[in-house]
Design a protein around this ligand. Structure first.
Ligand SMILES: Cc1cc2nc3c(=O)[nH]c(=O)nc-3n(C[C@H](O)[C@H](O)[C@H](O)COP(=O)(O)O)c2cc1C
Length: 195
């Protein structure tokens, strides 16, 4: 896989990346998605296991069904935990026809073979690589953690072709941002010890 022609310093990508929650209808092509997946698999991986595998969802009907399933899981989780609204995910749920995937038309799910000890860490490292590579190409991304339970339901695992022993870890929407948004603020690093 050739590297992307897009150039942006890694520092610029780290500081410029931010979650995008509004997208144009433009569909990403396979070459673009393959560039992002190639960046994802360059992540460090414990004992070189490379536990990741990817599901790409671009069909509007399937995205809608996954979103509806995610909202049903969220309702249950909110009910059981006695949570209040306030987070993006819960606000989205409160609006009945909103999709948990906002207006994105591509969802990339980073999945893992769960036999090793560090598959979760490996997949999240791959997720950040993917999001930085997308940002460097002018694309927006957002992790959609609220879809994880739905993606791991028996019904959706079967539909998406996730084999036994494979778990959806990191759902990430990708697309062309509909408008300009800025990175969000961060607290200063909290240093507990420097000896
Ligand atoms: C594990 C994880 C789960 C997340 N789940 C959601 C989600 O379900 N919906 C959403 O809109 N954003 C979600 N986010 C995005 C965060 O809200 C966002 O990263 C955070 O507010 C910081 O903003 P930034 O990404 O723009 O820097 C998630 C992020 C992470 C790391």
């Amino acid at each position: 896989m050739k590297q992307s022609q897009n150039s942006m310093s890694v520092v610029a990508a780290i500081y410029g990346r931010h979650s995008v929650r509004s997208y144009t209808p433009e569909q990403l092509d396979r070459d673009t998605i393959n560039v992002l997946l190639a960046a994802a698999v360059r992540a460090p991986t414990a004992i070189h296991k490379e536990p990741w595998a990817f599901v790409v969802v671009q069909g509007a009907g399937l995205l809608r069904r996954i979103s509806d399933c995610a909202k049903a899981f969220l309702s249950q989780e909110i009910h059981h935990a006695g949570l209040h609204t306030g987070s993006h995910a819960l606000d989205t749920l409160a609006s009945s026809d909103a999709s948990v995937f906002y207006s994105a038309s591509t969802l990339i799910v980073i999945c893992a073979d769960t036999t090793g000890a560090f598959f979760t860490a490996d997949c999240w490292l791959a997720a950040e690589n993917l999001m930085l590579a997308a940002h460097a190409r002018g694309l927006g991304t957002c992790v959609i953690g609220c879809a994880v339970s739905a993606l791991n339901s028996a019904e959706l695992k079967a539909e998406l072709g996730l084999p036994a022993g494979t778990t959806a870890i990191a759902p990430i929407i990708v697309g062309v941002p509909a408008d300009e948004t800025s990175p969000t603020a961060r607290k200063e690093p909290r240093i507990l010890a420097w000896k």
